[in-house]
Each structure stands twice: as structure tokens, then as C-alpha cells.
Design a protein around this ligand. Structure first.
Ligand SMILES: Cc1cc2nc3c(=O)[nH]c(=O)nc-3n(C[C@H](O)[C@H](O)[C@H](O)COP(=O)(O)OP(=O)(O)OC[C@H]3O[C@@H](n4cnc5c(N)ncnc54)[C@H](O)[C@@H]3O)c2cc1C
Length: 381
């Protein structure tokens, strides 16, 4: 049996950020992932500048080898309605390819990597967690994304009723002829909110790569919504060719709605999508994944990787202080108080208004301009 201080299950942005911060404090860490890397992850692949800062990413260096598409704004509209453009001089976000980004982060984290190895067994003995009968640690970090086996083990029957966002996406490389015909400005991704306001679609070009998808807070009839969205893009001339293959599907949970416990068992912390931490308005999940990974590392370091009760409490407090209450009191928005038809009409006008696109959609929902990047204050435990 191989013994480490901390075992991280999942090598996405949450797991690799946590592992790196633990390694910097001298802890012995293993990251186990069922996939070999590089691997694809269903995602639009935009990240905010605060993510780059929290990760100490040298963007110039990263851009030498990988796709790093600067974004200066968004076009927004309700599907079928008029559009607004909110475009800035400065860079408000970046487009990355998860295939490259996740591999880069994992490769540099400094942990022992066990890739291509799914969790098949998880036991508890002598105050330690033992994975697959051969890897043991006092602290277990569940970073396996929405379907994380650590989260599933402790979720109970409530899992089936979780209020998921269901999404489909495809990312493909444009051939020369397609690239010339593609009308999408790489610096200005396009957002298309659904008429019932339960989700949005996007069209996002990163250099030669085009990413198109749609997500909804509703698990029913997603494929129909996606097909209608693609037909709409084709009819409008925004997507002048059919994607080369079928879409990939995935799900996630929004912070404030996710019923999962952040520390569901002794010595166990959940981070990123395993905990259900995506921002409610935008569905951005990479930033909360990275930040929760860093917060978990901060408190595991303070706890000396013993996995005590105080660790669970400290981590939960830290996540709530950063992202807000886990189960907030019922929030009622203006559109909830209006009859559905009126709410739709109001939404169509709002998303076509430049001030709304700029101040609300870009600054508040998508860029979180008011919230600076999370930095761990010191490298020491
Ligand atoms: C269609 C779509 C578009 C999105 N677009 C964006 C976006 O543009 N920007 C943004 O910020 N967020 C976006 N998100 C959300 C974002 O993708 C996630 O929030 C983010 O990937 C969470 O990171 P993570 O590290 O928690 O999990 P993941 O990135 O899912 O990584 C989990 C890892 O765990 C591994 N794993 C899973 N099961 C096991 C197992 N049994 N044993 C071992 N390992 C396992 C997986 O192989 C994977 O490598 C999008 C999500 C979807 C579905």
C-alpha cells in the first residue's frame, strides 16, 4: 500500500489547483484520474482573468504553446430578439481549450499522478481512506467533477432529484474554407438566452476552433432545445455549416442550489463540480473549481493533513465566505413576479440594451469584476 498525506480524486482544474498548493507546502499528494491526459472536457472554455491570477499563469508563456483567445466583450440577445454588443478596449476574459489547459495545470502540479485509473473501491480503516486497495491517505479530496465517485458515495438518495444544469457542446477545428466563412468575431463571443430564461446558448471562436453549445436549468428535452438552437444559428447565418459530429453532453450544479455537503465525511472535502459550485448566472465553474481547490489546500495545510473535524468546519466557512451561503434564502427576481409573457418581453428588451449587456451581463454575471482573484496568502502551512 502506498501512503500519501492527501489523495485527490480527479485531475481537472479543481484537483490540480489543490494538489499544487499542497505540494508547495511540502505535503505528499497523489492525484488519481480515470482518464489519461490530455483529455477533452465538455466546456465552452472561457476563463476570467482572476483565474489566471489565482493560478499564477504566465499568459505570454502559455500563449506560446496553446490557444489563448483574448475576449473583449459579448454580444447578447434572447433567441429571436434584437441584440446588444458590449465591447471593451481591455481584455475581459480568455478562451482556452480544456484539452490543453487541464493537461498543462496537471503536469505542473508536482503531485504523484495516477492516470487512467478509476476509483473502483474506497474503504475506511484506521482513520485513513484507502483507494483501490493500494493508495491511502488521512485526507481525501473529491475533485472528480459532477459525477465524482467520492461525492456519489456520500450523496444518498437525494442525488436523483438534484437541480442540474444540463448542457451540450461541440468544439471543432475550422477548415480554411469554413474559417473564411465563419462570421463570429473571436474577441466577442455571442450569447443567446432562451426565451423561457432557463438557459443560454453560445457561439465562441478561439482562433481556428469553434465552440457552440447550450445549457439549461432543466434536464428535460435538452436535445430538442439544442437542435432548435442550431437551426436558429444556421437560419441567421451565424453558423454557416453543420458541426462535423454530434454534441457532447454533461451536467453541473449551481452554488446556492446544490444539495451536496462540502465535507460529507471525516477527512473528506469536495471541491469544484464535485461539490456543485458553479456561478448561478453564468454557469462559470472553472473559477469556483480553482478557488475551492485553493481554499481546501489552505485548510488542509493548517490542519497538518490530519483530517480533523476542525478542517471540515474551516473549509465550509471559507467556501461560504467566498461564494455566499450554500442554501440561500429564496431569492426572488423581478422576472419571477411577472406573468411569463411579460417576463419574456422584459427579458428580450433587457438583453438588447447595451447598458444591461455591459454592466450586468459582462461586469456582474460573466466577469465578476467586483471580486478580485483569490490568492493563498503564503506558501507556508
Ligand atoms: C457544456 C459546458 C460548458 C461549460 N463552459 C464553461 C466555461 O466556458 N467556463 C467555465 O468556467 N465553466 C464552464 N463549464 C463548467 C466547467 O466545465 C466545470 O465547472 C469545471 O470543469 C469543473 O472543474 P472540476 O475540476 O471540478 O471538474 P472536471 O473538470 O470535470 O474534472 C474532473 C476530473 O475527474 C475525473 N474523474 C471523474 N470520475 C472519476 C472516477 N470515477 N475516478 C477517477 N477520476 C474521475 C475526470 O476524468 C476529470 O478529469 C461548462 C460546463 C459544461 C457542461
Amino acid at each position: 500500500v502506498e501512503r500519501v498525506d492527501v489523495l485527490v480524486v480527479g485531475g481537472g482544474p479543481a484537483g490540480s489547483s489543490c494538489a499544487r498548493a499542497l505540494r508547495e507546502a511540502g505535503l505528499d499528494v497523489a492525484v488519481l484520474d480515470r482518464r489519461d491526459f490530455p483529455r477533452d472536457k465538455t466546456c465552452a472554455g472561457w476563463v476570467t482573468p482572476q483565474v489566471a491570477e489565482s493560478l499564477d499563469l504566465d499568459l505570454d508563456d502559455y500563449a506560446k504553446s496553446f490557444v489563448l483567445q483574448p475576449i473583449r466583450g459579448f454580444r447578447t440577445r434572447v433567441i429571436g430578439g434584437r441584440e446588444a454588443r458590449a465591447v471593451r478596449r481591455e481584455v475581459v476574459s480568455y478562451g482556452i481549450r480544456r484539452f490543453e489547459f487541464d493537461h498543462y495545470l496537471l503536469a505542473r502540479c508536482g503531485a504523484r499522478l495516477r492516470l487512467g485509473e478509476p476509483i473502483e473501491a474506497l474503504e475506511r480503516a484506521g482513520g485513513r481512506w484507502i483507494a483501490n486497495g493500494r493508495l491511502e491517505a488521512r485526507v481525501l479530496v473529491g475533485a472528480g467533477g459532477h459525477f465524482c465517485p467520492v461525492a456519489r458515495r456520500f450523496a444518498g438518495p437525494a442525488r436523483a432529484a438534484e437541480p442540474i444544469v444540463a448542457a451540450q457542446e461541440i468544439e471543432f477545428e475550422l477548415a480554411d474554407a469554413e474559417s473564411a466563412r465563419c462570421p463570429v468575431d473571436p474577441e466577442v463571443p455571442e450569447l443567446f438566452f432562451t426565451e423561457d430564461l432557463r438557459g443560454y446558448g453560445w457561439l465562441f471562436r478561439k482562433g481556428r476552433w469553434l465552440n457552440v453549445g447550450l445549457g439549461r436549468r432543466d434536464r428535460h428535452r435538452l436535445a430538442e432545445h439544442v437542435a432548435a438552437f442550431l437551426a436558429f444559428l444556421r437560419a441567421e447565418g451565424r453558423l454557416p455549416f453543420d458541426p462535423p459530429r454530434g454534441m457532447n453532453g454533461h451536467a453541473y450544479l449551481l452554488h446556492g442550489e446544490a444539495p451536496r455537503r462540502l465535507a460529507p465525511a471525516p477527512g473528506v472535502l469536495l471541491i469544484g463540480d464535485a461539490a456543485g459550485l458553479a456561478y448561478p448566472r453564468s454557469g462559470e465553474g472553472i473559477r469556483p473549481a480553482v478557488e475551492s481547490g485553493l481554499l481546501a489546500a489552505r485548510w488542509i495545510r493548517a490542519d497538518g493533513a490530519r483530517g480533523g473535524d476542525a478542517l471540515a468546519r474551516a473549509y465550509q466557512r471559507a467556501v461560504e465566505a467566498r461564494l455566499g451561503p450554500r442554501r440561500p434564502a429564496l431569492r426572488v427576481g423581478v422576472t419571477d413576479l411577472l406573468p411569463a409573457g411579460l417576463a419574456r418581453a422584459l427579458a428580450a428588451r433587457l438583453f438588447a440594451a447595451p447598458w444591461f449587456a455591459s454592466r450586468v451581463v459582462v461586469d456582474r454575471w460573466f466577469v465578476h469584476r467586483a471580486q478580485p482573484a483569490l490568492r493563498l496568502e503564503s506558501r507556508a502551512p
